[in-house]
Write a protein that binds this ligand. Structure first.
Ligand SMILES: C[C@H](O)[C@H](O)C1=Nc2c(nc(N)[nH]c2=O)NC1
Ligand SMILES: [Fe+3]
Length: 290
C-alpha cells in the first residue's frame, strides 16, 4: 500500500506536516460535497439498525454525527476526546505504516479529509472521509475498543523492522475493517469496511457464501485477505473487552511461531477452527469463472 500513492483528491497538494497530517479547512467543502455526504449517510443509516453492534449505534448517538453535512474534525475531536481521549487527525489519503501506527498509539485516528468523487459513489478506491468518519470514528467513543486500537498502534510500532507487518495488517483487516461480533441477538457488524459499504453490510451477515469463524489471534494472523472484493471469511469476536484481552500482549513470540505455521488462504477453513457458519463460497466461485 504505497503511502499517498498518486493522490487524485483536492487535498493532494495541501501542505502537510511531518506526521502526514494536513489542515481539514472545513469551510472549503462545496455544497456538492456536503450533499454527497448526506446521500452516503442516508443510504447506510437505513441499513444499520439490527445489523450494526449496539456499541456502534450507542456511540453514534453519543457523538451525534451530522447526517446533513461533512463533520468538522475539530468539533468532532472535542466530543471524542471528552469520552476516550481520541482525536481525528486529517490526512490527504493513505499514510506510511510507521506514521499510521504512531498516530494510533497516541490515540489519534488518521482520517482522509477528502470525499470520494461522484463516480466512486458505489465503489471506493481509497478510504475517504465517509469510510473513515462514518465507519471508523464512532467506536473510538467505546472505551474497550479505544484501548484495543491504541494497543494495536503500539504493537505496530514494535513490529516495524521485524518484516512481519503482514501478520499485524491481517489483525487490523479482520477486526477493525471487517470484524463481526457474536451477540445474544445474533451476529452484528463492527468493522468499518462493512459499516460503510451497503453491499457488504448485507453480504457479511446474510449471504451463504462466506465462512464465519470464531476470532482467534494466531489464526487471523495466518490468514490472507482479499482487497478488491467481499471477504471470503469473516472472524467473529465475543466482545471488545475479550478482543482487548486477547490482543493486549507482546506479539513477539507469536511472530516466531507464525514463520513456521505457514499462511492460510482467505477461503480456507482449518481443523481447529470454531466454525459459526461454513460458507459454500458460491459468490467467489461465480466471480473467478469469469
Ligand atoms: C496499518 C494498516 O494495516 C495499513 O497498512 C494502513 N492503513 C491506513 C493507512 N493510512 C490511512 N490514512 N488509513 C489507513 O487505513 N496507512 C497504513
Ligand atoms: Fe479503514
Amino acid at each position: 500500500m504505497a503511502a499517498t500513492g498518486t493522490l487524485k483528491n483536492r487535498y493532494a497538494k495541501a501542505p502537510r506536516n511531518e506526521d502526514w497530517t494536513i489542515a481539514q479547512n472545513w469551510p472549503s467543502y462545496s455544497g456538492d460535497e456536503h450533499d454527497r455526504w448526506r446521500r452516503l449517510y442516508a443510504r447506510q443509516a437505513d441499513l444499520l439498525p439490527g445489523r450494526a453492534c449496539d456499541e456502534y449505534l450507542e456511540a453514534m448517538a453519543k457523538l451525534g454525527l451530522d447526517a446533513q453535512r461533512i463533520p468538522d474534525f475539530e468539533a468532532l475531536s472535542e466530543k471524542l476526546a471528552s469520552l476516550t481521549g481520541w482525536r481525528i487527525a486529517p490526512v490527504a489519503g493513505l499514510i506510511p505504516d510507521d506514521a499510521f501506527f504512531e498516530h494510533l498509539a497516541n490515540r489519534r485516528f488518521p482520517a482522509g479529509a477528502f470525499i470520494r468523487p461522484e463516480k466512486e459513489f458505489y465503489y471506493l478506491q481509497e478510504p475517504d472521509i465517509f469510510h473513515d468518519v462514518f465507519g471508523h470514528t464512532p467506536l473510538l467513543a467505546n472505551p474497550a475498543y479505544a484501548s484495543f486500537l491504541q494497543a494495536y498502534g503500539e504493537a505496530g510500532r514494535r513490529a516495524l523492522g521485524r518484516g512481519q507487518l503482514h501478520n499485524l495488517a491481517r489483525l487490523y483487516w479482520y477486526t477493525v475493517e471487517f470484524g463481526l461480533m457474536q451477540t445474544p441477538q445474533g451476529l452484528r457488524i463492527f468493522g468499518a469496511g462493512l459499516m460503510s459499504s451497503p453491499g457488504e453490510t448485507l453480504f457479511c451477515l446474510e449471504d451463504a457464501s462466506p465462512n464465519r469463524i470464531r476470532f482467534d489471534l494466531f489464526r487471523v494472523m495466518r490468514t490472507k485477505y482479499i482487497i478488491s472484493d467481499y471477504q471470503q471469511s469473516y472472524f467473529v469476536v465475543e466482545s471488545f473487552e475479550r478482543l482487548l484481552e486477547q490482543c493486549a500482549r507482546d506479539f513477539g513470540p507469536l511472530y516466531d511461531e507464525l514463520q513456521f505455521a505457514g499462511d492460510l488462504e482467505a477461503h480456507e477453513t482449518a481443523p481447529e477452527d470454531k466454525i459459526i457458519s461454513k460458507g459454500d463460497l458460491h459468490y467467489f466461485r461465480a466471480r473467478c469463472t469469469h
